[in-house]
Design a binder for this molecule. Structure first.
Ligand code: SAM
Length: 228
């Protein structure tokens, strides 16, 4: 059974999309989407041999080899001319790594209409990449599974600009402010306050003072959003 996390990612794949799932590991996501009849064709990309082999095995076992092509490749270079990929998913990695994969392979995104990302941490890196590269955030979700909190950020082509707070918290998530969102950021604030406290004694060190000011500023911005 597909995890709740990947089900949320799957919910953003349109009927009959042609998907490239990058960092697919077992290829659970494309396999599930084919079996549900959502898509007929997908590429599953993996850069590491072990996960690549488990993807190949799983696709064979589930009898979806005709629909899901597994490729050993770095990031978006799993996409080939003629695949007709219109949707990309990149899930289960840190935001900075997802942003790096998008940046390095952006020449392969010309026919792509939608990018579905699921950063485990630092979603901000993806939001920043989107602004810099002519993509805008069309939806976001936050969810908790097995005690861990995950974000999903969905991009389509378009120009947008976001405030610093929106880049950090998410322009849509910070408006919805659901329970998991509040939990995540209350936890972050707590950690930042700990850091501020531990920096408290270092007087007359401009670097430390700057760091402390930055954190205090961030704490204030996020608290404002939570209290609004
Ligand atoms: N996407 C699946 C999910 O969300 O459950 C698997 C997530 S798994 C934690 C991350 C996978 O990304 C690993 O299998 C890793 O080998 C792969 N990966 C990391 N960097 C990659 C890259 N540059 N290109 C392709 N795959 C990559």
């Amino acid at each position: 059974n597909l995890s709740k996390r990947l089900q949320v990612v799957a919910s953003y794949v349109k009927q009959d999309a042609i998907l490239a799932d990058i960092g697919s590991d077992h290829a659970y996501l494309p396999t599930y989407l084919v079996q549900k009849g959502v898509i007929q064709k997908a590429v599953a990309g993996e850069v590491v041999k072990g996960p690549y082999e488990s993807a190949v095995k799983n696709v064979q076992r589930e009898n979806v080899s005709d629909a899901v092509t597994v490729r050993l490749a770095n990031g978006l270079f799993a996409i080939q001319d003629g695949d007709g990929v219109d949707t990309v998913s990149i899930a289960g990695m840190g935001g900075p790594l997802i942003a790096k994969i998008l940046e390095e392979g952006k020449s392969l995104l010309t026919s792509v209409k939608r990018i579905i990302t699921q950063p485990n941490i630092h979603a901000k890196a993806i939001r920043e990449w989107s602004v810099d590269n002519g993509w805008s955030i069309i939806d976001e979700k936050i969810l908790k599974e097995d005690g861990k909190i995950y974000e999903v950020v969905v991009l389509e082509k378009g120009n947008a600009s976001y405030s610093e707070t929106d880049l950090l918290l998410g322009p849509i998530l910070s408006k919805e402010k659901d329970e998991v969102f509040n939990e995540k950021w209350q936890h972050e604030i707590k950690q930042w306050k700990h850091i501020v406290q531990s920096l408290g004694d270092a007087k007359n060190n401009p670097i430390v003072e700057e760091k402390r000011d930055q954190l205090n500023n961030q704490i204030q911005l996020v608290e404002e959003v939570l209290q609004k």
